[in-house]
Design a protein around this ligand. Structure first.
Ligand code: DGL
Length: 275
């Protein structure tokens, strides 16, 4: 079993930021990544649709030899995690709880920001998980947690505009309510946001006079928990060079080309699949 792969599911290309972190921290592991590019974006869809799409995709992933599944997509983690866990005995990790625990460990003053897709923010999943991790009751959570959608970052990232003046202006606008609310920690609750980390840091430094907001990347948090889970269950791969396979449901050439921005390296081989 320990020789089986880590299955990674995302609505499309962005989850390659999670795959990248897993490949960096756990280089011996084989990775099988499935991006549902035919149905992207999930972040503008209803809960029922996100659950239905995620179930189909993860069922396909489970046909491959995998030993654990990571739901890299924040929107799918927010709505579909319980449903997906009922499909398998394997461990299925979402990104929201690890992200919330990382926030609780890092906040200094307990004022937290959450940025994500419209659906993720609307679900309230991060807000609830952070409140639980910090032991906050509902009124204190409402006062201390500021959550906002950042929808424009998804197309900007997919067009490679990660350091473009349009991205800079967008981030100035998006960061403003978090700075005004004096948050000290901000969760990047969407697969596409980690590629903007350098620009976010720069905008905070220049436009907001060095406002000290700590960024929490759910990709890092879930990778840490995945490593602990593999250790606890004796599932670590033997020392070797992990193999990567990528599947997507539409436009494999685009997936490969745009994917390199998110994965930070060659995305190959890519196989088209139908759900
Ligand atoms: N993967 C999605 C997420 O992390 C972002 C892209 C989409 O809307 O499907 O929420």
């Amino acid at each position: 079993m320990h020789r089986a792969a880590i299955g990674i599911f995302d609505s499309g290309i962005g989850g390659l930021t999670v795959a990248r972190e897993i490949a960096r921290v756990l280089p011996d592991e084989d990775l099988i990544y499935l991006g549902d590019t035919a149905r992207l974006p999930y972040g503008t869809k209803s809960a029922a649709t996100v659950v239905r799409y995620s179930e189909r995709a993860v069922d396909l992933l489970l046909r491959y030899p995998v030993k654990a599944v990571v739901i890299a997509c924040n929107t799918a983690s927010a709505y579909a995690l319980d449903a997906l866990r009922s499909h398998t005995e394997l461990a299925v990790l979402g990104v929201i709880d690890p992200g919330a625990r990382a926030v609780a460990a890092r906040t200094r003053g307990g004022r937290i920001g959450v940025a994500g897709t419209e659906a993720t923010i609307r679900s309230g999943a991060y807000q609830r998980a952070i409140a639980a991790a910090l032991g906050l009751d509902e009124p204190s959570a409402a006062e201390r947690i500021v959550a906002r959608p950042w929808p424009l970052l998804v197309p900007l990232a997919e067009d490679g505009w990660v350091d473009h003046p349009v991205a800079r202006l967008t981030l100035e606008t998006y960061l403003e309510p978090f700075v005004a609310a004096a948050v000290d920690t901000l969760v990047l609750g969407c697969t596409h946001y980690p590629v903007f980390k350098p620009l976010i840091a720069e905008v905070l430094a220049t436009r907001f006079s060095g406002c000290p907001i700590t960024l929490v990347d759910s990709a890092e948090a879930v990778t840490e928990e995945l490593g602990q889970l593999l250790d606890a269950r004796g599932l670590r791969a033997p020392a070797r060079e992990g193999r990567r396979s990528f599947f997507c449901t539409d436009l494999p050439e685009r997936f490969q080309r745009v994917g390199t921005v998110f994965f930070g390296g060659d995305v190959a081989p890519v196989f088209p699949v139908d759900l």
